[in-house]
Design a protein around this ligand. Structure first.
Ligand code: PPS
Length: 302
């Protein structure tokens, strides 16, 4: 057992059940400590990186850090992702501090992570007009990625078989709730706030263009050679090998990466290796109903 896990109470190492907060199933520890999260005080110069789990959050965080540090790779290797970017709603067992406390103690400008759906994001972010980058990924690849993540993440409910999991995903009966409500929630509000809405598929297709978008949003204009450095350092292969980005420093009692890696595949279209023809048919019919009336569209291949 490593130093971090040794100091934790033994009952920390178990899968958590989900508990509803305003209609959204969240990890029990988050749901039971939600007040300080809802009352979190944002600052005008905060940047909140928001997403449904497994949409490409870690990738965007690394891109933002590289932009902030103007392509200085060593500076970006100062600490693991989960230390560099406080995860707002996470309530780990003591002595590890809750995300909101980590964020409170951080000097500005802060870069913070959340998976909360729009209506659960602390109101102060909207009152302070803080910037938000939202990243979304097509539902099918997102579901596959989340299924594998729920196998490795020992703090999330057991995913069960792929068939069982897909059913739960479609019902929104997974941590952080419905993918459909999540992606639509931010989409509908994006023009009323400073929200940059990004797509995983666009980032895969043309990382140079997408990094430029993020730079513009952050009001930074870095030269081409720095952009190239950012793309290289934030490529899937580089991040998979980078211990400060691949969660290999997270104790195995939390993330068991012995058979599945956090940096698993990093592709668009992997769903084709998992969905049966029948599952695809049922999923698409249900998808049409749940996304009806929305102008939001996704690509499931590029
Ligand atoms: S988390 O736990 O919710 O914060 O996970 P998140 O970072 O949002 O999503 C993890 C998935 O993103 C893939 N990933 C990448 N893909 C392409 N390029 C880069 N650089 C990259 N970094 C992370 C990661 O592999 C997970 O997707 P899957 O499909 O499971 O491989």
């Amino acid at each position: 057992m490593d130093k971090m896990t040794k100091s934790l109470p033994e009952n920390s190492f178990r899968r958590l059940s989900l508990k509803m907060v305003q209609g959204v199933p969240l990890r029990k520890t988050t749901a039971e400590n939600f007040e300080p999260i809802a009352n979190f005080q944002a600052r005008p110069d905060d940047l909140l990186i928001a997403s449904y789990p497994k949409a490409g959050t870690t990738w965007i965080l690394e891109i933002v850090d590289m932009i902030d540090n103007e392509g200085d790779v060593e500076k970006c290797k100062r600490a693991p992702t989960f230390v560099r970017f406080p995860f707002l709603e996470i309530s780990p067992p003591p002595p590890v501090k809750p995300g909101v406390e980590e964020a409170d103690n951080m000097p500005s400008p802060r870069r913070l992570k959340t998976h909360l759906p729009f209506h659960l994001v602390p109101k102060s972010f909207w009152e302070k007009n803080s910037k938000v980058i939202y990243v979304a990924r097509n539902a099918k690849d997102n579901a596959v990625s989340y299924y594998y993540f729920d196998k490795l993440n020992q703090r999330q409910p057991e995913p069960g078989t792929w068939e069982e999991y897909l059913e739960k995903f479609m019902q929104g009966n997974v941590a952080w709730g419905s993918w459909y409500d999540h992606v639509k929630g931010f989409w509908e509000k994006k023009d009323q706030h400073q929200i940059l809405y990004m797509f995983y598929e666009d980032m895969k297709e043309n990382p140079e263009r997408e990094v430029r978008k993020v730079m513009k949003f952050l009001e930074k204009n870095l030269p081409d050679h720095i952009n190239s450095k950012i793309i290289q350092h934030t490529s899937f292969s580089a991040m998979k090998e980078n211990p400060m980005a691949n969660y290999s420093t997270m104790p195995p009692a939390f993330f068991d990466q012995s058979s599945i890696s956090f940096m698993r595949k990093g592709e668009v279209g992997d769903w084709k290796n998992h969905f049966s023809a029948d599952q695809n048919k049922v999923f698409e019919e249900d998808y049409k109903k749940k996304m009806a009336g929305s102008s939001l569209t996704f690509r499931t291949e590029i």
